[in-house]
Design a binder for this molecule. Structure first.
Ligand SMILES: Cc1cc2nc3c(=O)[nH]c(=O)nc-3n(C[C@H](O)[C@H](O)[C@H](O)COP(=O)(O)O)c2cc1C
Length: 198
């Protein structure tokens, strides 16, 4: 069958596109408001987009607190969501009243970052401290909602003790969570190696 993303299809309960473009890494982003209140929220429109320098992106459907904080302060931290942090990540996607610290809402300790002001999630096994590079305005089907893409440069990298095994980041041991479509998630637990053709 064919599917028109602008109209949907009665045979499908939801758009299948997010289930096709999957798994997506979860950008669990910590930011600070201009008043210094810590904010934490997951974004699955998130990825690494460059490696010299290392840059990441996230996209926001509507200008939410994370976006407003990054635009105002120019900094954010990506925290790796491992399987054990699934519930806390989900709690942090709920909307908090203005002025409420979302680390506290999710029952999470903070750890100081090295190069940016927003703290990282202390239990996250890896974190990327990022500085805003640019914001790209995206189209929106909803005239009342502005969508934007945020690109940041990685300034400093945190890795937990034990996350490095034989000089490599042990993704299978860390068990990162990934977002699929619908309400589905996956855990990375089985990894295989493939050599490129010479
Ligand atoms: C796993 C997951 C992924 C999400 N991805 C996105 C996303 O890519 N873009 C977005 O706008 N909202 C996304 N959301 C919803 C936001 O996390 C939610 O609106 C949150 O309240 C935003 O928080 P903030 O206002 O503190 O930034 C996602 C939620 C979950 C649970």
């Amino acid at each position: 069958m064919d599917f028109d993303p602008s109209t949907g299809d009665p045979a499908l309960s939801h758009s299948p596109i997010k289930a096709m473009v999957a798994p997506r890494p979860i950008g669990w982003l910590s930011t600070l408001s201009p008043q210094g209140v810590a904010n934490l929220a997951p974004y699955s429109f998130f990825n690494l987009v460059c490696d010299a320098p290392y840059m990441v992106m996230f996209a926001t459907s509507g200008h939410k607190d994370s976006f407003n904080n990054v635009r105002a302060t120019g900094e954010f931290v990506w925290n790796l969501v491992s399987e054990d942090l699934c519930e806390a990540m989900n709690t942090s996607s709920g909307s908090a009243a203005p002025g409420v610290d979302e680390f506290e809402m999710a029952g999470l300790e903070k750890a100081a970052s090295r190069s940016v002001a927003p703290p990282r999630v202390a239990r996250a096994r890896a974190a990327l401290e990022c500085q805003l590079d640019q914001i790209v305005d995206l189209k929106s089907d909803d005239p009342t909602r502005r969508n934007s893409l945020v690109i940041g440069t990685v300034r400093s990298v945190f890795m937990a003790d034990g996350a490095i095994v034989d000089g490599r980041f042990d993704a299978a041991g860390v068990r990162p969570l990934a977002r699929l479509g619908y309400r589905d998630y996956a855990v990375i637990e089985e990894i295989f190696e493939l050599m490129r053709p010479s």
